[in-house]
Design a protein around this ligand. Sequence first.
Ligand code: UDP
Ligand code: MG
Length: 331
Amino acid sequence: MHTRSTILYLVVPCYNEEEVLPMTAKVLKDKMERLVKEEKISSQSRVMFVNDGSKDKTWSIIEGLCRQDKVFSGVNFSRNFGHQSAILAGMMTAKERADAVVTIDADLQQDIEALDEFLEKYESGCDIVYGVRNDRNSDGFFKKKTALAYYKLLHILGCKIITNHADYRLMSKKALNTLAEYKEVNLFLRGLIPQMGYKSDVVYFDVKEREAGQSKYTLKKMMTLAVDGITSLSVQPIHFITIMGFLVSFFSFLMIIWCIVDYFSGHTVPGYATTLVVSLFMGGLTILSLGIVGEYIGKIYMETKERPRYIIDSIVWDPEEEEEKKEDGKN
Ligand code: UDP
Ligand code: MG
């Protein structure tokens, strides 16, 4: 049970979000104030923006917000590391001071009012609360279909993933400390977190249109995330290759016997089409298999280097709290 009032940190990844940020800041601040007033969270709760190497004025807006109001804090990356790294950095930084952390996108697509329910579940003992979207009506046709097909594929590959849960999620300090033990570079949080096995629950929410600006998830970023998801969670694709290899070898063996029998019985057929089809098929299969194996080797290569998953250039906290922290350190 959580006896004292919860210190909640909202972690907000931002990549080129200058258009939406002022409005987001206002909405989040209002919500935090209301939650404090209703005594659902402690007044030491904060909103933490993580600037993921934006090329626009995002960071100077965040700095301005931090100066204006101590409810805001900011983490600045040295360059763009991607959404997953940004939320990881935010959670790892916030966990030093927070009892619970909620990650939420900067564009306010995820309904902030679901926070009350997140907190209720947390108070009742959940260490992880997943936000699950009610529908995908705000997505385009392409995104809707590909996203659903992707979740299905992950299920077939045996990954425990929660369908229609993106990264709107509450995690307790305990769960965050466990997450800190996972050192992998190939990061797919929404697949990894359910593996931790802590008590969890889901909260449903409606997805809205983006308040301003455009999606920061380019097709390339989305494809990378999709491949990362599979390679970080499952080695099934490599098993499929092995099985396919066995089957193809078996049929080739039958074909050889057939050819020899044909030869000795004097049927020398031209067989142009068969040869072409078989060799094209085999060529395609070989290259595809090499590609899949290559993806994994690439991931192993990256993992063995153990490079930092993100580089923080600077952090802006509330100055008073910073002092207290230092005092605590001395005692
Ligand atoms: N984002 C990020 N780094 C990136 C791309 C996106 O931190 O390289 C952030 C972005 O600012 C937003 C969140 O990730 O807060 C989700 O992005 P977006 O809303 O553009 O994705 P969509 O909702 O279209 O999938
Ligand atoms: Mg969005």
